[in-house]
Design a binder for this molecule. Structure first.
Ligand code: HEC
Length: 108
């Protein structure tokens, strides 16, 4: 009984570990798109297909082209607290990596 549950626990944590390692290696751009569409479209234009957004706020295409943002600085920005109209999100590191992959990949 006891050894049975310990075994289940071992298998579960091994799977979890594999998922974590996998996540840090390959950011999931598709998931980044989902996060963007859910959390960012209220203000930013996140894709060429999006019709509405604010013209006061940089689009994801502009952010991608911006010299100020490479993958590293974009990740840092998204993890930081903003004292601005840009809301603070509680994103996990893997969500941030996915978002950065999405922002860097879409359009030209
Ligand atoms: C409530 C509106 C709002 C939402 C929602 C929002 N942002 Fe922003 N964001 C802004 C504003 C406004 C700015 C312009 C800079 C400022 O005022 O700080 C900005 C700036 C940025 C910048 C920096 C651009 C630059 O050139 O300085 C990035 C990167 C960014 N947002 C990413 C995101 C991501 C990713 C999401 C979704 C997870 C998101 N934002 C959701 C309002 C928003």
């Amino acid at each position: 009984m006891l050894s049975g549950s310990a075994q289940t626990c071992f298998i579960a944590s091994a799977t979890l570990l594999a998922a974590c390692v996998g996540g840090s290696v390959a950011a999931d751009r598709g998931n980044g798109q989902k996060i963007a569409e859910r959390w960012c479209t209220g203000c930013h234009v996140v894709s060429p297909q999006q019709q509405q957004g604010s013209d006061q706020i940089p689009t994801f295409a502009q952010i991608r082209r911006s010299d100020r943002f490479d993958d590293q600085s974009l990740s840092t920005f998204l993890a930081a607290q903003h004292n601005s109209r840009m809301p603070n999100f509680s994103l996990t590191r893997s969500e941030i990596a996915d978002l950065v992959a999405y922002i860097k990949a879409h359009g030209r």
